[in-house]
Design a protein around this ligand. Structure first.
Ligand code: CA
Length: 222
């Protein structure tokens, strides 16, 4: 889950990055509205956390521009502007949620999970594909009822594939969804994770589409 954090308060930004990474989000951080617009034009994010009082371009202007592109990436506004009029304005401009500062970290994480569920069209935190079950909240995976221990990147890769079971992902798309900017990617990292997932879950769980990429194989419960 790749999150763009747009926040100009350095203390809050670094605290949020630590907390969200612990919750298994990949977080890219920018500190002004112009950088946010550039980042959103050039990278795919699964979620955006958007401050409103920002240098260079105000958060509401960022939102207006993004939605006019059109870019439908879910946006949660996180702002000290706490009047009902501000909330209405933000939501009307296309934000998916609005949380006022100061905020509770657990509430922020719960709201992010709601946005993720909405994005993936699921109403619970459980993704189920045949014998495969992924608990997005607890970050637990089971196969034919038995728990499977996965490393964080293996979990992220499996989740990415399982969220769009009909889609074939190129290696580049998978790398982009797993890693942030400037993160050194081992050239064979995706192959290693795919290998591990097949070994830990089932040899058939991931299909290799020669010359194109990978997709999840919905294997029926036997
Ligand atoms: Ca601010």
């Amino acid at each position: 889950m790749r999150v763009l954090l747009v926040e100009d308060d350095p203390l809050l930004a670094s605290g949020l990055q630590v907390a969200l990474r612990q919750a298994n989000y990949w977080v890219d951080h920018v500190s002004d509205g112009q950088m946010a617009l550039t980042a959103l034009a050039s990278h795919d994010f699964d979620l955006v956390i958007l401050d409103l009082g920002l240098p260079k371009v105000d958060g509401l202007e960022v939102l207006r521009t993004v939605r006019a592109r059109p870019d439908h990436t879910p946006v949660l506004i996180l702002s000290a502007r706490d009047s009902a009029a501000h909330r209405v304005q933000g939501l009307d401009l296309g934000a998916d949620d609005y949380l006022t500062k100061p905020f509770d970290l657990d509430e922020l994480k719960a709201r992010l999970r709601v946005l993720e569920r909405r994005r993936t069209g699921t109403s619970t935190n459980l993704l189920q594909l045949g014998a495969l079950e992924i608990d997005l909240n607890a970050m637990r995976v089971s196969w034919e009822g038995r728990a499977v221990e996965l490393q964080p990147y293996e979990f992220k890769l499996l989740r990415k594939l399982a969220e769009s079971p009909s889609q074939i992902f190129s290696r580049e798309q998978l790398e982009a969804s797993l890693y942030g900017w400037g993160e050194g990617v081992e050239s064979n990292a995706i192959n290693v994770y795919v290998h591990n997932l097949r070994k830990k879950i089932s040899p058939q769980i991931i299909r290799t589409v020669r010359g194109i990429g990978f997709s999840i194989q919905a294997v029926d419960e036997r």
